[in-house]
Design a protein around this ligand. Structure first.
Ligand code: 2GW
Ligand code: MN
Length: 297
């Protein structure tokens, strides 16, 4: 007694749904060797995640860099689609880092959502634009961003949201499986292999290859992550080294040493160039086509 019949029915129903969900994705790996969930469509209940997040009254930060041509080319669509799909119903603050604050498009924001623009200097080499993000993020996480957000996602701008990217993705630290590499054997993963680099991952090491286009976590965890990567990038630079995939190589080294608490399936950041895959049910972010010839001059 004590629980009224309708509540009991609801519990039964929820547990049954929970059970079904456990069995919903036999086609993919849903748990890492260290016990972190790998979340795929069908392995979580978005409504439950939404309720849990609302009870904690969270502010969620979303950082994005838009420097040079990437501002006019990608930022508006990134922000407009984030309004439709990123953490809808939660309190969200966007942090846009650019050298040209006046050129940031005016996107209409929903209630409880704000946008801050932070000025950054424009690096001369594109590799430095990408790598400098770690230091800039580290500083921001010790400034206003770190004070006003509980959790933060850091994303590339050359992508747009296609479906819901909600609080099911939140955790102390979050890594994104790379769409091009999630099914490859470990020895084929494009880690930095030069043992002199701070990003070096030796043969036999490495869990997955993660994509630097999406990572996230609590402010404290991200202070650690960005500090580690910024220092490692600096150390390599002083030795005249540059890791194979720049900041992404260092991010992969960090997550080898400090395992993420949650892993996002490639559905969360998918490349349409890969084509159809049975296990990719509902892509949440889609990469823009790579136009290296146009932007990497
Ligand atoms: C970058 C490369 C070549 C030419 C321009 C840029 C560039 C990058 C730029 O002119 N302006 C800019 O704001 N960015 C920012 O850096 C922007 O937020 C962009 O999404 C991010 C990373 O550059 P991106 O998206 O061209 O590189 P990807 O998609 O090949 O990224 C992966 O590898 C990178 C390192 O090489 C990063 O780790 C990135 O996080 C990965 O997704
Ligand atoms: Mn990108």
């Amino acid at each position: 007694m004590g629980v009224c019949p309708s509540a009991r029915m609801a519990m039964l129903r929820d547990n049954f749904t929970g059970l079904l969900r456990l069995w919903d994705r036999p086609d993919v790996l849903t748990c890492t060797s260290w016990g972190a969930p790998i979340i795929w469509d069908g392995t979580f209940d978005p409504a439950v995640a939404q309720q849990e997040a609302l009870q904690q009254n969270l502010t969620i930060g979303l950082t994005v860099f838009a420097v040079g041509r990437y501002l006019e080319k990608y930022l508006a669509r990134f922000l407009e689609t984030a309004e439709q799909h990123f953490m809808v119903g939660q309190r969200v603050v966007y942090y846009v880092f650019t050298e040209l604050p006046a050129a940031v498009p005016r996107v209409a924001l929903g209630p409880g959502r704000g946008l801050r623009v932070e000025r950054v200097v424009r690096e001369r080499r594109w590799q430095d634009v990408s790598m400098q993000r770690m230091r800039t993020l580290h500083e921001a996480l010790h400034g206003r961003l770190g004070r006003e957000a509980h959790f933060v996602f850091c994303m590339d701008v050359d992508q747009h949201f296609r479906s819901s990217f909600g609080p099911e993705a939140l955790a102390e630290s979050v890594a994104q499986l790379h769409a091009w590499h999630y099914h490859r054997p470990r020895w084929l993963l494009p880690y930095e292999r030069d043992a002199r680099s701070a990003a070096a991952v030796a043969p036999g090491e490495g869990d997955f290859y993660y994509h630097a286009a999406v990572f996230g976590g609590s402010v404290a965890a991200l202070r650690g992550l960005t500090g580690h990567c910024a220092r490692a990038l600096q150390r390599d630079r002083e030795r005249g080294l540059e890791a194979r995939w720049h900041d992404e190589s260092h991010l992969n080294k960090f997550f080898w040493l400090h395992k993420p608490a949650k892993v996002l399936s490639p559905e969360f950041c998918w490349s349409p160039d890969i084509g159809w895959r049975a296990e990719i049910r509902r892509p949440r972010l889609l990469w823009a086509p790579k136009e290296y010839a146009l932007v990497r001059d």
